[in-house]
Design a protein around this ligand. Structure first.
Ligand code: NAI
Length: 300
């Protein structure tokens, strides 16, 4: 069987000391990639440091792979990319995976809870990706993953800070997919659901046992392989299932009969059921399609 391999490629996986990141690092390491196993080693609320990364590096080496540990925070992402360049002389793959939680109902959410979540998830991905971007552009090759969440796409009680950051990552990926296109830089988003310390008290126990990060790692690995040419996708995966998510527009409604008529609050009310009617929804993949659709509607 033809096996996809990553030999000659250098992969940076952030937050790879445990959970999903560890599964990604082990899989890529077992398929020939040289891996930078980044992990600050904090508790799940972002406090403290430890050496999770060393253990993963050892596991990769024990299986004959090549890896190096990096303990920097993603908010100093340039240091993580430097680790890749210093040790392996290149970087080809970046999986932005590091994450923490500071769940609180919105009223009780402190500014610190807000800022820390934005810093690790959104700013961390920005800093690490921007540090790799120059190399990716120069070599006309790069594969990037952002990690979002269904809590971001759909909202989840007690996760206003996390939802905002996770949806922010979708926006970041969408624009980078456009900016990276002519340099063969592919930027995609994974929406995982897996057993990890982030979900141990959220998922029901029997589901927790089944939702192994190993079931998601091949999806992410495929999306960072050189043969993978899609970009700007949001892929939701869990339990050996994967599906694409994206935004759609309803057919919409004209809010006035002719251009010389005013739009009134009442005309909006009277057309509202058609505004939100999702029958025959239109799939939107590119910003230009929004304009094309609008022009078509206005000509009716
Ligand atoms: P995890 O807690 O096992 O892994 C996250 C890792 O990131 C930890 O090892 C932690 O030490 C590290 N980390 C935290 N702050 C860091 C920083 N500033 N710099 C570098 N490393 C840092 O959790 P899990 O579940 O594997 O999460 C991985 C990613 O997947 C996160 O972005 C999370 O938000 C996301 N996610 C996970 C879901 C799940 O069901 N497990 C659901 C949706 C999203």
């Amino acid at each position: 069987m033809d096996q996809l391999n990553f030999s000659g490629r250098v992969a940076v996986v952030t937050g790879a000391g445990g959970g999903l990141g560890k599964a990604y690092a082990l899989l890529l390491g077992s398929r020939g990639a040289k891996v930078v196993v980044n992990d600050l080693g904090s508790a799940r609320d972002g406090v403290g440091k430890s050496n999770f990364a060393d253990l993963v590096v050892q596991e990769i080496k024990d299986k004959g792979g090549i890896a190096v540990a990096d303990y920097n925070s993603v908010v100093e992402g340039e240091k993580i990319i430097k680790t890749a360049l210093d040790n392996f002389g290149r970087v080809d793959i970046l999986i932005n995976n590091a994450g923490i939680l500071r769940d609180k109902s919105f009223q009780k959410m402190s500014e610190q809870d807000w800022d820390l979540i934005q810093a690790v998830h959104l700013k961390g991905a920005y800093k690490t990706t921007q540090a790799a971007w120059e190399t990716f552009k120069k070599q006309k090759y790069g594969r990037i993953i952002m990690t979002s969440s269904n809590a971001g796409l759909f909202g989840n009680f007690g996760q206003a800070n996390y939802s905002a950051a996770k949806m922010g990552l979708v926006g970041l990926a969408s624009t980078l997919a456009i900016e990276g296109a002519k340099y063969n830089i592919k930027v995609n988003t994974i929406v995982p659901t897996a057993a990890s310390r982030l979900t141990e008290d959220i998922l029901p126990p029997e589901m927790f046992q089944a939702m192994k990060p190993d079931l998601i790692a091949p999806v992410v690995a495929y999306m960072v392989h050189e043969s993978f040419t899609d970009s700007g996708l949001i892929i939701d995966s869990t339990l050996g299932f994967a599906t694409k998510a994206h935004l759609v527009h309803s057919q919409g409604a004209l809010l006035r009969k002719k251009p010389s008529d005013p739009v009134t609050i009442e005309s909006v009310r009277d057309n509202w059921s058609q505004v939100v009617n999702m029958e025959n929804a239109q799939h939107i993949d590119k910003i230009a399609e929004v304009t094309v659709n609008l022009v078509e509607k206005l000509q009716v």
